[in-house]
Design a binder for this molecule. Sequence first.
Ligand code: G4P
Length: 531
Amino acid sequence: MTDEPRDIRREVERRRTFAIISHPDAGKTTLTEKLLLFGGALREAGAVRARRAARHATSDWLELEKQRGISVSSSVMHFEHNGFRVNILDTPGHQDFSEDTYRTLAAADSAVMLIDAAKGVEAQTRKLFEVCRLRKLPIFTFVNKLDREGRDPLDLMAEIEDLLGIDTVPVSWPVGQGKDFRGVYDRLRERLLLFAGGDHGTKLLEQEEIVGAADSPEVLAALGSRGDSIAESLELLDTAGAEFDREFVLAGEQTPMFFGSALTNFGVLPFLECFLDLAPEPGALPSDAGPIEPTEHGFSGFVFKIQANMDPDHRDRIAFMRVCSGRFERDQQAVHVRTGKKLRLSNSTLLMAKERETVDTAYPGDVIGLFDPGIFRIGDTLSLDGSFSFAGIPSFSPEHFVRVEVAEVMKRKALEKGLDQLAQEGAVQLFREPGSGSAAPILGAVGPLQFDVLKHRLLSEYKVDLRLSALPYTAARWFKSEFDPEIFRYSDATRLIEDREGRPVLLLRSNWYLDRILEKNPELEFSETGG
Ligand code: G4P
């Protein structure tokens, strides 16, 4: 017992838990593979993809996933590097499932924003960045595909600053681009790293290190004819650019930038090592009893994701829980705070793609999968003494809405049960017309494929065949102020409904109407998120 807090502190300090945010095709899968390769968690590149393929072969409700060539589900990967324990929270590749990504970001301590050097900031990057900002997550930027002709690094920095409103500080600077990409200069550690050719990045790569300031004779000699222009760019950054400040990075006001090529492995290791040094360890999280420090409380955690039927041989539900304080031990009793029930947490697994391994101990920052007998909801707190609840995970505004019709009246009960269960998992958001009881449900989703998954699952798991008819709304806003329902009575551009908790929600045909409503009724206040 005596050295327990010290033991937990040591484990907290060496943990780094993050998610990668990017637009599809920027190279998230490739980068993840290379990181796992360095961590020794994979022996060959291509394994993440191969595992995805293997999972396709064995899952059946994810048949849909296979048909459409998308990844609906996600998992958590972990590895050790230089004494750090690294947890990567994988997020779905398809943007229709970005609600899942939003929730996963609630369990991360930082995010890596991956950008394609030729494309810059894309639509999905922007959306996910806004969610990170809401959570004040520190963001590290990796500019990928430097092995191809892309945009000028200074131009990319300006675009990030203009579009996202965050300061950029290049920590590494590319030496050449496209076929000419030879290495990076590490500005923080004052060293030049030149890469030897790789075997398409499948092996650990050799890199030559020349320590010295950018204008030192050693570095200039190694750079050869390129030396002067690189030294000039770096001098420009030193004089005109923002200065690196870890405090600003941790506050989410400055993003350190790295350049590389995940495909050829160039620049990935220097990025990983610098990231592990600079990224935050698991910190205090807000609760209804104030911030919960990871080392000052016994075990606690919250559920940020529920995944059903990942494996048709098991037909079970797994709740993904982030450990927030203390030490998790298998078989310990914990209080499920929302219901006050005591649970024995005996069925805990670590999820690495499809494989599951039993976890006996876990520390703050780690994510474990708990067998869910149907009681968990997104945002639920579990803790030793049940004395507080974590702040919860907000629902984000859906962008697509449908009304549900069930073909056979007899199936109403099954429909209700199914919708309730799936909304509890976060598969869709469930709304109702005010005063309608359980009749006339309205569903909301960030991406329309969520509805396809829902229909598929209701049919295969609850034997209910649904008809969905699209509603013409594109946004939802939760009320933050008192309001007079009469305001919205005669408008067909808006509709007043309720969420699952009975909170009033306004549906809008477009944001344009929101501006008009606010102009006419300046006393109204809305939130883009509920909860
Ligand atoms: P995602 O998970 O973000 O959607 O991206 P993914 O890693 O699947 O990469 C998308 C495409 O970009 C892949 O090509 C991948 O090989 C390529 N790519 C990733 N990183 C780099 C890089 O650093 N440089 C270059 N030149 N390409 C990169 P694909 O042709 O769509 O797939 P594949 O046939 O290579 O598997």
